[in-house]
Design a protein around this ligand. Sequence first.
Ligand SMILES: *[C@@H]1O[C@H](CO)[C@@H](O)[C@H](O)[C@H]1NC(C)=O
Length: 470
Amino acid sequence: MIRKSIKMFHIVLFVVLTLSTLTHAIIHPIEIRGNHFYDSITNKPFFIKGVDYQPGGSSGVNEHSDPLSNPALCARDIFLFQELGINTIRVYSVNPSLNHDKCMTLLAAAGIYLVLDVNSPMVGQHLNRYEPWTTYNDKYVGHVFHVVNEFSGYNNTLAFFAGNEIVNDKTSATNSPVYIKAVIRDMKHFIKSNSARIIPVGYSAADDLSYRISLADYLECYETDPLETVDFYGVNTYQWCGEQTFITSGYNNLVRDYSTYSKPIFFSEYGCNEVLPRLFKEVSSIYSSEMTSVFSGGLVYEFAQEPNNYGLVDYDEFGNVKLLPDFFAFKEQISKVQDVPLSKKLLLQNQQNFESKNVRKQKPKRKVCELKYANLDISKGIPRSMGESIVKSFNNQEKGKFVPLTQEDMTSNFKIFSVDGTVFNKKPIVKPVPEPLADPKDSISLTSKLNPLFSLICGISIQSLLNGLF
Ligand SMILES: *[C@@H]1O[C@H](CO)[C@@H](O)[C@H](O)[C@H]1NC(C)=O
């Protein structure tokens, strides 16, 4: 009898606790000021510490699933993102028809942002780099808008990539630059008219010396429409292999070549695997004062193991995870990055460039286009927009939104094993993070100061209660 009532008590307590631990994600939108990203609420500069995330590679997106459509898999991996201590992931392809609310809310609760590519390997969902005129059509632009519309509803959508390594050889450099710019323009017009928030649009470039400067410059300039320009630039670079330094790696040349760029730049892929095991010593260089005036951090390629052997983790057929040595090597390096240095001068400069708090009214400093850019053909001009007629059809379309999370949503039932096969964690749980604090030099109210502390204490005590119970 007594046992029974204790059991009853436990069940009641469990139900009460489960209901009371509904989590609402609070994550601040990131915006661009000058050539850096900032938390729009705390006014702190934001540096990307992240990984590229596309489990299953290009076949990881299809009619039924994509990397952000399955909450159980998201909980498992977001727990591991928190173990790594990262603040951003990049996803290369999604299916915008699927529901992403739970995964995006889980990411937000964990304090993690998303940089999202709008293209996919599926038919009609990417540009053909050699004959882009055959693929730049209503269907394609409709797909791009669908992705943007779905993810513009989430505050942790940090930015969109209009394209990834579309220019990668002579023919693509002849035919595709003006089309890349067309897609950027279409996306930025769509965001301006359809999104509650201005979300930055950029391009992710292969770091090829033939186009390193010219393509970045071309995407920075405009003739008449300021929305033809990228808001930021991503560089995929694999030049730091094994034991290197800022100078022997050639990172110094990257900093030099981009030192006058007016927009944020970051490594959209890094992590050479020509020398194994990977040590990730470039991390300390990327977040040092030698680089942070020009580069806003980066994303390690890549979280999930594929045949090309860049993975931090591997999955078995049941979805259990084996952590690979690279997981621990990267964690060790990224955990050393605490405060990222940015000089007073740059902080001031960024603030001055950020003339108006109203992002919609900001005018980027005009860079007039040159007639020619080295190794690129831009002579045909940017094609007329395919998007104008489609924009309206999105007027009343639903966008993705945050949803309440239960303790169950945040708990993963998959097992995680260490390198040596021992159990790393029996019950992986996504831990909600407190809302970031505003900078002390800005005036903040007492309540906003107390809230995060309060929720942190509540979070901990509920957590320990639950742990004690089960
Ligand atoms: C997004 O962020 C803004 C600014 O902090 C906030 O007012 C809004 O409520 C947030 N939206 C969601 C869905 O959290």
